[in-house]
Design a protein around this ligand. Structure first.
Ligand SMILES: *Cc1c(COP(=O)(O)O)cnc(C)c1O
Length: 383
């Protein structure tokens, strides 16, 4: 239940300015709210190139598209993560290959990745699930060894650090969600970031119907007439995933609030840890070495069978359909080594049966978090 306000005068003032300006879409200017948000977010991380988008799922898809992959290329994804992580691989004409995870955290493991490498592997998506930074030393080492690009999905991981660097600044490209439940929000929204100008340009084309509205002084190609016809200049395949000024106005006002939101989340984590710290059969979350989490939701291990994790991607109906038809939803054939079958990632499946997560959103009433923790405790003790 939301009791603590997350929006205030700052958001309202920005929104008022947008409405009064009469311009609700971003257009091509670099001085509007969306562009200012991009600049501020880039400084906060830091990253050179930032692109505001209409949702986190669009940001995941744009991140895949930014790598310039070919149809049928394989992208290694965690077995256990929201489906918004692997569907974008499908929609880019690539093949999601699920790697096993650490059953304690459900985060993709370097070992799991290495087992899935084939000559078609091009990239891996690492999700810093729960706001816990993944073990990036091991993961980056495997990725570099096999020449894989690394996408960091930071939808649940704003302001977490790995060796004092923020998540989203370690891999090649990263994506974020600004959906209501995340650490900062404009209701819906997403962000793509990178330091690679070529990845940024591909991301702009993909999310802007192929039109090269590059920021950061990057030079755009010019369209020339063809057979006497003037052309607008669509230089790539793309969707319209642009962030609106209404979204830009709200999320710009949210950046300075991140530290306060993190404190509120931390207070909720303390409640959970106090309630569940000494309960037999219950294990608290444990961050990886050299990392500082900023919990999005707090994962606890409970006795087997009391878990409630529903995000093993390949068990979902649509993946089962792909498995039966031996092709992705877009008609790309599945090679024989890609199998979306129960048992494919045993750690993820075993972990799911033992995992409960407790939401620690900055708007959450502390009493409701305490009640959820106590319900988990009582069930574990009753066993
Ligand atoms: C929320 C989320 C997304 C998708 O974001 P939307 O804005 O809801 O589309 C992607 N990846 C992860 C890990 C998420 O938690």
């Amino acid at each position: 239940m939301a009791t603590t306000p997350c929006f205030g005068r700052e958001e309202l003032e920005n929104l008022r300015q947008v409405i009064e300006s009469g311009q609700l879409w971003r257009g091509t200017s670099r001085t509007n709210f969306t562009a200012r948000f991009e600049d501020e977010f880039g400084k906060w991380l830091p990253r050179k190139y930032v692109l505001g988008l209409s949702s986190g799922t669009c940001a995941d898809e744009t991140a895949v598209a930014s790598l310039g992959l070919e149809p049928g290329d394989e992208v290694i994804c965690p077995a256990s993560a929201p489906i918004f992580v692997s569907f974008p691989v499908v929609s880019c004409g690539c093949v999601p290959v699920f790697a096993d995870v650490d059953p304690r955290s459900m985060i993709i493991s370097a070992e799991g990745i290495e087992k899935r490498i084939t000559p078609r592997s091009r990239a891996v998506i690492v999700v810093h699930l729960w706001g816990q930074p993944a073990p990036m030393d091991e993961i980056m080492a495997v990725a570099r060894k096999h020449n894989l690009k690394v996408i960091e999905d930071c939808a649940q991981a704003f302001g977490c650090t790995h060796r004092s660097r923020k998540t989203g600044t370690i891999g090649d490209v990263a994506c974020y969600s600004l959906q209501q439940s995340k650490h900062m929000t404009s209701g819906e929204g997403g962000i793509f970031v990178t330091d690679d100008p070529e990845a940024y340009k591909r991301a702009v084309l993909f999310s802007n119907c192929g039109m090269p509205w590059y920021g950061y002084g990057l030079e755009a190609p010019k369209s020339t007439p063809l057979a006497g016809f003037t052309r607008r200049g669509h230089f790539g395949f793309g969707h319209n995933y642009r962030m609106s000024e209404l979204q830009g106005a709200v999320c710009l006002a949210q950046i300075p609030k991140l530290p306060e939101f993190a404190e509120r989340r931390k207070a909720l984590v303390h409640i959970i840890e106090a309630e569940l710290g000494n309960v037999p059969g219950v294990e608290l979350a444990q961050a990886y070495p050299n990392t500082v989490p900023n919990y999005w939701a707090y994962p606890v291990r409970v006795p087997a069978g009391q878990g409630a994790y529903v995000e093993i991607n390949y068990l979902e109906e649509e993946y089962q359909k792909m498995q039966r038809e031996r092709r992705t939803s877009l008609g790309i054939p599945l090679p024989a080594h890609v199998q979306y079958v129960p048992g494919a990632c045993p750690n993820a499946e075993a972990g799911a049966k033992c995992l409960r997560s407790i939401g620690v959103h900055q708007a959450t009433d502390p009493e409701s978090v305490r009640q959820t923790a106590r319900t988990i405790r009582d069930r574990a003790l009753a066993k």
